[in-house]
Design a protein around this ligand. Structure first.
Ligand SMILES: NC(=O)c1ccc[n+]([C@@H]2O[C@H](COP(=O)([O-])OP(=O)(O)OC[C@H]3O[C@@H](n4cnc5c(N)ncnc54)[C@H](O)[C@@H]3O)[C@@H](O)[C@H]2O)c1
Length: 437
């Protein structure tokens, strides 16, 4: 059993902290957002994530997790200090903005005493960050005994708890035996169950994380480009995806055509890898193209929507189903909906949005839109529907519902939620398939 401190209680920090507590460790979650900590003590989750509230509450009742803003006290009690703060893209350079990571490193340096600590980077960070954090701590606390480890996280929002507890791999980038031994002990409840732990150097661990996300982003853009070609060539991209996905070397995951990738990871991580590769003089052309094509994707989607409305968007009322960057999350960061809907708004469209989780953050991204409490309420009386997120509940809406609720039965489905054959009587536009009327 280890005493673990998680600095940052967002999607990664809170989930990891709660899961480590669930596995039997003692966890202290630290955040500089007082409101967040106050709410967590009351059992109010700052994010929507399946199974998270229950696992946090159980661990809290068992006395294995606590929440504080006091990093100093947490450090005193814990041998392992995780850094799980955000590393967004720098607005000017596109590189990973490490200011939050370095701020935490400085706070750790101020509070570290004589006992040995393993400082673990779970945030997604570029090569060289472990060394930079080590220098920050050494400069301010010359006598401190510590190691810096890179332990990237691979959980998916929407499945974060189960991903953490059933990981496909645990990657530990450690350059000394002592910190590696501590990390192995921390993850023992998982490795005992057979989940693989890969030990690398910190630089390799960083590369594994960026390469994984960039490869998946590339896979998404590959199927998106194929979808565009299928539309022109009269092929069906869903069947193409099924056909190539059955090849076990390719696999069916991340072959869903759509409006492009978004979220808090793929856009910034592809950018960071691209910038890093250029700095090392080894540009990654495939990643560079993936980023450019993803940026262009929203304009292609706008053209598709405009085409579906026969060029007459001004004055139309569109019901938007889904705005989060993917289903099963409330995360709006870099969602494709942000660019698409702002352009539609500028084109004179009035928008009524329904998203099962988008209402919390949605209004700040779409101040010009109305929000409805259900899909039928959004659809009622609109000139057409636009599906942007693949929430499972939208699958239950039938052609009959669209015909009954919409003023004109026109559906632009950027997530291919339905089989065109089921959309009888609806003008149905999807991605990579022939439109049906
Ligand atoms: N979200 C994901 O699905 C995911 C998956 C894998 C890896 N990651 C990586 O994990 C890292 C964290 O991502 P996230 O989505 O959990 O971020 P987040 O924005 O949800 O959470 C970050 C938290 O850190 C806190 N924080 C910031 N500065 C702090 C400081 N100085 N002291 C204490 N707390 C501070 C914030 O208040 C916030 O609660 C990023 O590097 C991200 O790339 C994210």
């Amino acid at each position: 059993m280890k005493n673990v401190c998680m600095v940052g209680t967002g999607y990664v920090g809170l989930v990891s902290g709660a899961c480590f507590a669930h596995l039997g460790h003692n966890v202290i979650c630290v955040d500089n957002n007082r409101e967040r900590i106050k709410n967590l003590k009351k059992g109010i989750m700052p994010i929507y994530e399946k199974d998270l509230a229950a696992i946090v509450q159980n661990a809290y009742k068992a006395g294995r997790i606590n929440f504080t803003t006091d990093l100093g006290k947490a450090i005193e009690k814990c041998q392992i200090i995780f850094i799980t703060v955000g590393t967004p893209a720098d607005k000017e350079t596109g590189e990973a903005d490490l200011s939050c990571v370095f701020a935490v490193a400085k706070d750790i340096a101020k509070n570290i005493k004589n006992e040995y600590k393993a400082v673990v980077l779970k945030s997604t960070v570029p090569i060289g960050t472990a060394e930079a954090v080590e220098n920050i701590i050494k400069t301010a606390a010359a006598k401190a005994k510590f190691s810096v480890v890179s332990n990237p996280e691979f959980l998916r929002e929407g499945f974060a708890v189960s991903d953490f507890l059933k990981p496909e791999r645990i990657v530990i980038g450690a350059s000394d035996g002592k910190s590696l031994k501590i990390m192995r002990a921390l993850y023992k409840p998982l490795t005992d169950k057979g989940y693989p732990l890969l030990h690398t150097c910190p630089a390799t661990a960083n590369m594994i994380k960026y390469a994984s996300n960039s490869f998946l982003a590339m896979k998404i853009m590959f199927i998106n480009e194929l979808a565009d070609m299928c539309e022109k060539a009269g092929a069906d991209v869903q069947d193409v995806a099924k056909g190539i996905g059955l090849d076990s070397r390719i696999g069916h995951k991340f072959l869903n055509p759509g409006p492009g990738f978004g979220g808090s990871c793929f856009p910034k991580d592809t950018l960071a890898l691209d910038r890093m590769a250029k700095q090392y003089g080894a540009p990654l052309k495939l990643v560079e193209t993936t980023i450019a094509e993803n940026n262009a994707r929203r304009f292609k989607m706008l053209a598709k929507i405009e085409n579906a409305f026969e060029g007459k968007l001004r004055g139309k009322k569109i019901a938007v189903l889904g705005v989060t960057f993917k289903a099963e999350t409330d995360d709006m960061r870099d969602s494709p909906s942000i660019g698409i809907l702002s352009q539609l708004h500028l084109s004179g469209v009035s928008l009524v949005i329904y998203d099962p989780q988008g209402k919390k953050h949605g209004p700040q991204f779409f101040p010009y839109a109305k929000f409805a409490n259900s899909a039928p309420r959004a659809l009622k009386g609109a000139d057409g529907a636009l599906i942007l997120t693949e929430w499972p509940e939208f699958k239950k809406i039938t052609a009959r519902d669209y015909k009954k609720l919409l003023k004109t039965p026109l559906v632009v489905d950027l997530r291919n939620m339905y089989s065109p054959a089921d959309m009888t009587g609806v003008t149905y536009h999807s991605v990579g398939r022939k439109p049906v009327k």
